[in-house]
Design a protein around this ligand. Structure first.
Ligand SMILES: [Zn+2]
Ligand SMILES: [Zn+2]
Length: 337
C-alpha cells in the first residue's frame, strides 16, 4: 500500500453503512415548489481547498476523451466495434458500476456469493471509475451530507464541478486509502479490495481489459480475412469503440447522476438535498437517474418506485434473484406499506 505523504482531512465521523434518512412523500406538483432555496449555492469542499490539480486523473480522462474523437474517423468504424460498445455499456456500466459498485458494495441492497461480488467489482474496475473502495468511500461521503459540506460533488458548487471538476482536484478526504479507509472498513477487510488499491492495480486491470478487447478484435479480423491489415483495422476499431467510446459514455452517465440528477427533474420525496428523478439520466445510467427516490431510500435495490419509473438494473437484479444468485434483496419501503 502506498505511503501517505500528504495529510488527510481531520474530520472524524465514520459511517460504514449508510443509514436511510427519514423522508416525507410529497406530490409531484408540490415538489416543484420544494426546492430548498438555502442550498442554491455551495462552496467547493474545504478538503479540496486550496485547489490543486490531480494531474494523473486529468491525464487519464483527457486521453480517453481525445481517443474517443477517433470515432468520427470512418476508418475506425465497424459494426462489431459498435456492438461491443453497446454490450460493454451493459456489462461494465450496468453490472459493474450500477449493480456492483453502487447497489451492492456501497448500499448492500442485496447479498450474493463472494465470487460473484468480486466479479461484479472487476467489471466495475473496467469503467475507469476508480477502485471499488475509493468509489464507495466517495459515494458514502456524498450520501452523508448531500448538497451540504462536505459533499464531494454537489452541482450547487457549479455544474461542471458536480459533473467532473471535483475529480480533477486533489481532496484531503479521498486522496489516498489512508484518508478514506474509515468510510470503507467493511470492504478493506477483504484482501481482494486491498489488492486492487495497492500500486493502483485497479488501473492496470482497466488497461489489461482494453488490451484483451483489442486482441479479440485482431483475432476476429485475422480469422475472417487472413490479412494483417484487416486484423489491425478491426483491432483499432474495437479499441476505439469497444473501449474508449464505451468508457466515455459510461463515465458521463455516472457523472450525470451527480450533476444533472441534482439539478433537473421531479421529486417524489422531500429529502434534505436537491436530488431529482430524471428519466433521461435513468435511461443513460440503467436506472440510476431515479435519484431522488434513491436518496430517500438508499438501501432499496430498486431505484424506480412508481410503475413508470423503469429501472433496468432492478430487473436484472430480479432475474439474478429468481435464479438464486442474489438474495436478501431490499425492496423500497414504499412498496412494503
Ligand atoms: Zn446524489
Ligand atoms: Zn447511492
Amino acid at each position: 500500500m502506498s505511503i501517505a505523504v500528504e495529510p488527510c482531512s481531520p474530520e472524524a465521523v465514520v459511517p460504514v453503512t449508510v443509514v436511510p434518512v427519514t423522508v416525507v412523500p410529497v406530490s409531484i406538483d408540490h415538489a416543484k415548489d420544494a426546492v430548498p432555496g438555502q442550498h442554491d449555492t455551495l462552496e467547493i469542499p474545504e478538503a479540496s481547498q486550496p485547489v490543486a490539480i490531480e494531474w494523473d486523473y486529468l491525464a487519464a480522462l483527457a486521453v480517453v476523451h481525445a481517443a474517443t474523437l477517433l470515432a468520427f474517423v470512418p476508418w475506425f468504424f465497424s459494426w462489431i466495434g459498435v456492438a461491443t460498445a453497446i454490450a460493454g455499456h451493459f456489462l461494465f456500466g450496468m453490472l459493474g458500476v450500477t449493480i456492483g459498485y453502487h447497489r451492492l458494495l456501497t448500499h448492500q441492497g442485496f447479498t450474493c456469493p463472494k465470487w460473484f461480488e468480486h466479479a461484479l467489482a472487476l467489471l466495475g474496475v473496467c469503467t475507469l471509475q476508480d477502485s471499488p473502495a475509493r468509489w464507495v468511500a466517495i459515494h458514502r461521503i456524498h450520501h452523508k451530507e448531500s448538497d451540504h459540506q462536505p459533499d464531494p460533488h454537489s452541482p450547487l458548487a457549479g455544474f461542471f464541478w458536480g459533473h467532473v471538476g471535483w475529480l480533477l482536484v486533489k481532496s484531503r478526504d479521498h486522496r489516498n486509502v489512508f484518508c478514506y479507509e474509515r468510510y470503507v472498513r467493511d470492504l478493506l477487510r477483504d484482501p481482494f479490495y486491498v489488492a486492487l488499491e495497492r500500486r493502483r492495480t485497479w488501473f492496470w486491470v482497466y488497461v489489461a481489459h482494453a488490451a484483451l478487447i483489442t486482441a479479440v478484435g485482431f483475432a476476429i479480423g485475422w480469422i475472417s480475412t487472413g490479412t494483417l491489415a484487416a486484423a489491425g483495422r478491426l483491432a483499432a476499431s474495437m479499441l476505439v469503440w469497444g473501449v474508449f467510446v464505451r468508457t466515455v459514455a459510461v463515465l458521463h452517465g455516472t457523472w450525470a447522476v451527480n450533476s444533472v440528477a441534482h439539478v433537473w427533474g421531479y421529486r417524489n420525496y422531500e429529502t434534505t438535498d436537491n436530488s431529482r428523478n430524471n428519466w433521461i439520466v435513468a435511461l443513460l445510467s440503467h436506472g440510476e437517474g431515479w435519484h431522488n427516490n434513491h436518496h430517500a431510500d438508499q438501501r432499496a435495490a430498486s431505484h424506480g418506485h412508481r410503475w413508470w419509473e423503469f429501472d433496468m438494473s432492478w430487473w436484472v437484479i430480479r432475474a439474478l434473484e429468481s435464479v438464486g444468485l442474489v438474495r436478501d434483496v431490499v425492496r423500497p419501503r414504499s412498496w412494503r406499506g
